[in-house]
Ligand binder design. Sequence first.
Ligand code: GTP
Ligand code: MG
Length: 171
Amino acid sequence: MGLLDKLSGLLGLKKKEVHVLCLGLDNSGKTTIINKLKPSNAQTQDIVPTIGFSIEKFKTSSLAFTVFDMSGQGRYRNLWEHYYKEGQAIIFVIDSSDRLRMVVAKEELDILLNHPDIKHRRIPILFFANKMDLRDAVTSVKVSQLLSLENIKDKPWHIWIGETQSHVADK
Ligand SMILES: Nc1nc2c(ncn2[C@@H]2O[C@H](COP(=O)(O)OP(=O)(O)OP(=O)(O)O)[C@@H](O)[C@H]2O)c(=O)[nH]1
Ligand SMILES: [Mg+2]
């Protein structure tokens, strides 16, 4: 079973076509993760910071995914909200080694969760604690604490660790 199949099972998505928003600070690894979902002959070796956003399409046996790979750079983060209405699932990527900016990631997450197009919806969120291979990385439990994920009571969410993609906790 591929990652996208796993993702759909994990998120409990029943629709045939799913729009996924990939959000998170710049340099957290969004484009890298999405690139890894592509067949090996379509993967790029050269990941560059995303400008604005890019759209990637994936098909699994049962689902068609349209993934909006949003830039996390400060100057583009105001684009995110324009896609909230059509988003049916969110992948929120965190650089687990970037302790300094964890508070910025939390701020952006809080703004997202309080946005009128998100606040009252049971939109599933997959938190991706990325860059676990780095020495400075904190554990996924610590990432959950730093982002106060336990306060998210009205949306199904899960946290995965990068690299292995093992499923470590869920709500
Ligand atoms: N060590 C390590 N580096 C990673 C990992 N994932 C991504 N990177 C690196 O992190 C840098 C940023 O990755 P991107 O995928 O461009 O990050 P992004 O979130 O798409 O950034 P923006 O497009 O600017 O929002 C690149 O140099 C990647 O090679 C990881 O799991 N471990
Ligand atoms: Mg990117």
